[in-house]
Design a protein around this ligand. Structure first.
Ligand code: PLP
Length: 408
């Protein structure tokens, strides 16, 4: 029986969510719209399978086709990112990062990651996360003046702290990371270099952002952000580190892999190898540049002075609005964003002074420069008048009209 027939409650909520995704401007930097093909694989009969282990080395019988699917995903990942080894089993970005820690560190070992409030991820050393509880984080920060990575400072800190691993790759940093610099810092102190490219993996795949493949000892990434695949993650590394990584994922961290998601990852990698994905990645960055210039022209302050990726971090302090209030007012107008701390934020992570936006999802819908300008102008109106209820309703209609012109 269909979902509609067996469970009307869930069915109708999914229907509502679908309509909502269609008629709102989704500017969450980590979200996207997966293709029909990706969703078909995710929703397939592969969800019935148990396949603990790796292709040709399973602990269960009956995995002839599942092996072929996982091998296909691995081969495509290796080709797409030009790496020696790929593990496509991690269930999520956080799981991939846990496996990375366990592959290279012992519990209690010291590592360096970017401070959470400066744009690092929870799994890069937050005290409430496994990374901060089981390992010893020595966080680096951005430069207070430029709000950018300061490689001299990171090098200095690394020499003082002597970490066993250094993480680069963030959740709220709009600029390009110099992976070569991180490699040389890691070499100077004998640290493992981990690149977490979760946010911008799609831009790397599409050639719109530099790749850490030549430099990093381990690369982790989600597959559902700019890469536009199913929810999930993977780990890549030079061939020499492959066995360590595989062991850390299974049996170290996970049990049976989600083969329906792995099939969808294979589909996503195939899509990302097509020429039109290059066009997409370039367009995502171009749209982010236009959006950021337009926002600055209207008097908004951008952290780090702009963007070189899909991501923009706004500092609302000069406007006298908190991230939380702006997020709520924009949501009421159909513009979906998330509040975010800015470097050295004086407000709590629950309130924040910043707002994070991204162009990955709207670019998938086909929006371009003209639409970015309109989005900027609508956002500015709301941010300048966050309590104007009438304005919210008016903008909401404009948003719906714009969304209707760009069907998913
Ligand atoms: C999103 C993200 C993650 C976590 O991914 P989940 O799938 O949500 O667990 C890890 N690291 C970075 C840098 C991210 O942006």
């Amino acid at each position: 029986m269909s979902l509609k027939e067996t469970d009307g409650a869930v069915y109708s909520l999914i229907e509502k969510e679908e309509a909502y995704q269609k008629k709102t401007l989704r500017l969450i930097a980590s979200e996207n719209y997966a293709s029909r093909a990706v969703m078909e694989a995710t929703g397939s009969i592969l969800t019935n399978k148990y396949a603990e282990g790796y292709p040709k080395k399973r602990y269960y019988a009956g995995n002839t086709y599942v092996d072929e699917i996982e091998l296909l995903a691995i081969e495509r990942a290796k080709k797409l990112f030009d790496v020696g080894h790929a593990n496509v089993q991690p269930h999520a970005g956080a799981c991939a990062n846990i496996a990375a820690f366990f592959a290279f560190l012992e519990v209690g070992d010291k590592f360096m990651g970017l401070d959470l409030a400066n744009g690092g991820h929870l799994t890069h050393g937050s005290p409430v996360n496994f990374s901060g509880k089981w390992f010893k984080p020595a966080a680096y920060t951005l430069s207070k003046e430029t709000e950018r990575l300061d490689y001299d400072e990171i090098r200095k800190k690394a020499k003082e702290e002597k970490p066993k691993m250094i993480i680069c790759g963030y959740t709220a940093y709009p600029l390009i990371i110099d992976f070569k610099e991180f490699r040389s810092i890691c070499d100077e102190v004998g640290a493992v270099m981990m690149a977490d490219i979760s946010h911008f993996a799609g831009l790397v795949a599409g050639g719109a952002y530099p790749s850490p493949a030549k430099y990093a000892d381990i690369i982790t990434t989600t597959t559902h952000k700019t890469l536009r695949g199913p929810r999930g993650a993977m780990i890549m590394c030079p061939e020499a580190n492959g066995q360590k990584i595989d062991k850390a994922v299974f049996p170290g961290m996970q049990g049976g892999p989600l083969e329906h998601c792995i099939a969808a990852k294979a589909v996503c990698f195939h899509e990302a190898m097509q020429p039109n994905f290059k066009v997409y990645a370039a367009e995502v960055v171009k749209n982010a540049k236009i959006l950021s210039e337009e926002l600055m022209a209207h008097g908004l302050r951008l952290v780090a002075g702009g963007t070189e990726s899909h991501l923009i971090l706004l500092d609302l302090t000069p406007k006298g609005v908190t991230g939380k209030d702006a997020q709520i007012a924009l949501e009421e107008a159909g513009i979906i964003t998330n509040r975010n701390t800015i470097p050295f934020d004086t407000r709590s992570p629950f309130v924040t002074s910043g707002l994070r936006i991204g162009t990955a999802a709207m670019t998938t819908r086909g929006m371009g420069g003209e639409e970015m300008k309109r989005i900027a102008s609508m956002m500015i109106k709301i941010i300048n008048n966050p309590l104007d209820i009438g304005l919210r309703s008016k903008i909401k209609l404009e948003v719906e009209e714009l969304c209707n012109r760009f069907p998913i």
